[in-house]
Design a protein around this ligand. Structure first.
Ligand SMILES: [Zn+2]
Length: 77
């Protein structure tokens, strides 16, 4: 989950990067906020740097592995 107070700082944008699931440890395609599809936890990542690894946070067996999705893209790294 991500949080904000003023939505005028967020701009709607189409893009397949928002619909793509990234495995733990792969390079973040953009700087911004990513959330884990399995548990909803969110992180900040810098573009071209690795997304957090599978050991970043625990999951139940039912949740499975960490799967990152881009929630909010930033202008600059
Ligand atoms: Zn998770």
């Amino acid at each position: 989950m991500t949080y904000n107070k003023y939505t005028h700082f967020l701009m709607y944008e189409e893009g397949e990067e928002y619909d793509t699931t990234y495995r733990a440890g792969t390079r973040a395609p953009f700087s911004g906020i990513y959330y884990c599809e399995a548990c909803g936890g969110s992180i900040v990542s810098i573009g071209s740097q690795p997304l957090p690894s599978q050991e970043h946070h625990p999951h139940t067996p039912a949740q499975g592995s960490i799967r990152w999705r881009l929630a909010v893209k930033s202008h600059y790294a």
